[in-house]
Design a protein around this ligand. Structure first.
Ligand code: AHM
Ligand code: MG
Length: 334
């Protein structure tokens, strides 16, 4: 069958045996994420129609409690993963603490934990700009059959077994890696099926787009200021183009296709950056590296950082390898 006609379901089955661990559990887990993504996509796409945008706690015309879409997405992903009895624990940007899931089996035999940002960039929903879901999957480190502990979640990014994102954009895509390259699937909304549309995605080695909230320029470290000035210099293929959606998944996705760099550095407002190591930086870093890109905190590889708390923030510089290395050079020399 031509690669292009392949559905995500077929792709998962075909690639099941290439996973490091072949119990089928990881395949079922990705399948569940696919399902939850479709449910959330349905709500995101009709957001303007059904007045679901009200603040959480408001009531709609039927007297039902309205939910904000980020709360809705959080619930749907947790429900889907919990009901299918596939994971032993979930941590979410929307939850204060991790959730331990009791298997319906006598012993909880599930081996995987999922960490996620159910609806990243949700401030963009009200203005009809693309948002995304980010997920990251690890094998638990504590013994199977016991409740999960914080240690199962505070693993370095280099221990991820899979990571991906869903982008609810002009079309809805699911992009993920299990450590064997990055593949992108586009949803055909008429029949609710994801098709392999972007096989083996790769960051161009170089790019000409830089994505950063320049409104914070004055608060950035000197190295980032210097790098931004470098991007704006008229020399060679520069000045680069500035593109910032303010929705990590969308900025990352565009940069992976066209070549570019995304930066959310530390600043006087966010001394450790704004993005979360476990829910945003690590999964995007894994996808970037699998697509021949790079992710750094300015000095170190993101995926080598030892997390110490669930909601830890980290400066994040990610994209085409030559651009990230150039930014690191400026950080080092500042
Ligand atoms: P969120 O998890 O609260 O949605 O914040 C993450 C988002 C990213 O998607 C985006 O790149 C960044 O925050 C934008 O922040 P800012 O508006 O400060 O530039
Ligand atoms: Mg987020």
């Amino acid at each position: 069958m031509s690669q292009k006609n392949k559905t995500l379901g077929e792709f998962i089955i075909e690639n099941q045996t290439s996973f490091k661990y072949t119990s089928g559990e990881l395949s079922r887990l990705i399948n569940s994420i696919r399902l939850a993504a479709k449910v959330v996509n349905y709500e995101v796409n009709k957001a303007g129609l059904v007045d679901i945008l009200g603040a959480a706690g408001d009531q709609n015309i039927q007297g039902e409690n309205q939910q904000k879409l980020d709360v809705y997405a959080n619930e749907k992903f947790i429900q889907t993963l919990t009901n299918r009895n596939i994971v032993c624990g979930i941590a979410s940007e929307e939850e204060d603490d991790y959730i331990s899931i009791n298997s319906q089996d006598e012993n909880n035999q599930n081996k995987y934990v999922v960490l996620m940002d159910p609806l990243d960039g949700s401030s963009n929903i009200d203005v009809n700009v693309s948002v995304g879901t980010i997920f990251s999957i690890y094998r638990r480190v504590t013994p199977v059959g016991t409740p999960v502990t914080i240690d199962d979640f505070l693993q370095k990014g280099n221990q991820q077994v899979a990571a991906g994102y869903v982008i609810y954009g002009t079309s809805t895509m699911l992009v993920y890696t299990t450590g064997d390259g990055v593949n992108g699937f586009t949803l055909n909304p008429a029949i609710g099926t994801f098709y392999l549309s972007h096989p083996d995605m790769q960051f161009p080695v170089d790019g000409q787009i830089y994505s950063v909230n320049e409104g914070n320029y004055i608060r950035f470290p000197q190295g980032i200021k210097d790098y931004i000035k470098y991007c704006q210099l008229e020399e060679g293929d520069r000045p680069y183009t500035s593109r910032y959606i303010g929705s990590l998944v969308s900025d990352f996705h565009r940069n992976m296709i066209k070549g570019g760099i995304y930066m959310y550095p530390e600043s006087s407002k966010y001394p450790n950056g704004k993005l979360r190591l476990l829910y945003e930086a690590n999964p995007m870093a894994y996808i970037a590296e699998q697509a021949n890109g790079k992710a750094s905190d300015g000095f170190n590889r993101i995926m080598d950082i030892q997390p110490t708390e669930l909601h830890q923030r980290v400066p994040f510089i990610c994209g085409s390898i030559n651009m990230v290395e150039k930014a690191e050079e400026f950080m080092k020399n500042a």
